[in-house]
Design a protein around this ligand. Structure first.
Ligand SMILES: Cc1cc2nc3c(=O)[nH]c(=O)nc-3n(C[C@H](O)[C@H](O)[C@H](O)COP(=O)(O)O)c2cc1C
Length: 343
């Protein structure tokens, strides 16, 4: 009997199975950052396909926090209408839905923006898309923290089930966490306590408005792939310094801090997730190049992770959970009635 289709509860959030769609930028919004028909169709299809939890793409908390000028945004009240429509659309098919609150920091490539980072180091001198960032002042730090709080308030109005704080892939929070990108001399740089301070203050701000019964997820880069960078044990240590502020579950990823390819293979990040799960005692969401139902099930059944994510596989095949349930001989009660004859 497979366990991939067992439900999972965290705080008041009950997820129908262990299958998660991780955040994936669609670069399909206009400059206003508004949800459009692409987003509605894209996410609804994965909900019909049986995905348990859908984490929507990096959604910028400030316009200067966009990765590109076609990102979704939550920096303005006008953006809540479309996001609310999105949560309603997904939920009517039984999926739960979360939003990834993001700030690109030095990896913002949107034109005419104020590019900020902990330290004035360019992400990639050989790529014109990246500008050398301005070192953030204390006022900038306060502003970013406030923007996260406002974004969380809007996410609540939009009826999201879970917030994911984007602390991975070399974007702003990760730039503070990594010793490769954070060379500050003040209380936001240097030792791990200082490097985790921004994340801690953002989490505290989010918690002021996000209800206690709703979970908060943190996405981390478990490995920088740089000799002076973070490794899973370092990241677990950072998480332990902040988890009491209200982090309930960790989404484990890797890379993105430096412009180097990540050595990847099927399940390449599962070991990192296992280490973080053991060292922090928190539940984890793990993934990376997973496409086989038996592999996804093995990760859950051997308690290497609590949830699994499939990114590119769900782009190729939005009905993957339906296929997987057949492959693993597991009956599910959310096969769409309209597709009953395909069961
Ligand atoms: C098109 C695309 C867009 C992505 N955008 C995001 C994003 O917005 N936020 C994020 O944390 N990761 C992003 N990722 C990374 C995925 O969430 C995931 O970690 C990665 O694709 C590895 O999982 P996979 O091998 O199952 O695809 C993106 C990946 C893809 C393919």
């Amino acid at each position: 009997m497979s366990q991939l289709f067992d439900s999972f509860k965290i705080k008041d959030l009950q997820i129908r199975n262990r299958i998660t769609m991780p955040p994936m930028c669609m670069y399909s919004a206009a400059k206003d950052g508004l949800v459009n028909s692409w987003h509605l169709t894209h996410y609804e299809t994965r909900a019909i396909g049986g995905t348990g939890l859908i984490l929507i793409e990096a959604t910028a908390v400030e316009s200067r926090g966009r990765i590109s000028d076609s990102d979704l945004g939550i920096w303005h009240d006008a953006q809540t209408k479309g996001l609310f429509q999105l949560t309603e659309t997904v939920k009517k098919h039984g999926s739960k839905i979360g939003i990834q609150l993001a700030h690109a920091g030095r990896k913002c490539t949107a034109p005419d923006e104020d590019i900020i980072a902990p330290s004035p180091i360019n992400f990639d001198e050989n790529d014109d898309s990246y500008a050398t960032p301005r070192e953030m002042t204390k006022e900038d730090i306060k502003e970013v923290i406030r923007s996260y709080g406002k974004a969380a308030e809007r996410a609540l109005q939009c009826d999201f089930d879970i917030i994911e704080i984007h602390g991975a892939h070399g974007y702003l929070i990760n730039e503070f966490l990594s010793p490769v990108t954070n060379k500050r001399k003040d209380e936001y740089g240097g030792n791990p306590e200082n490097r985790v301070r921004l994340l801690k203050e953002i989490t505290q701000e989010v918690k002021k408005v996000w209800p206690a019964e709703k979970p908060i997820m943190l996405r981390v880069t478990a490995k920088d792939y740089h000799p002076e960078g973070n490794n899973p044990e370092d990241v677990a240590n950072l998480i332990n310094m902040v988890k009491e502020e209200g982090i309930d579950i960790i989404n484990v990823s890797s890379g993105g801090v430096i412009p180097a390819p990540v050595p990847s293979f099927e399940g390449y990040q599962i070991k990192f997730a296992e280490i973080i799960r053991i060292l922090t005692g928190l539940p984890v969401l793990a993934g990376g190049k997973i496409s086989s139902p038996s592999m996804a099930n093995e990760i859950i059944q051997n308690e290497r992770a609590d949830l699994v994510y499939l990114g590119r596989e769900l782009l190729r095949n939005p009905y993957w959970p339906l296929h997987a349930s057949k492959y693993l001989n597991t009956e599910i009660d959310y096969w769409p009635d309209q597709y009953e004859r395909s069961r």
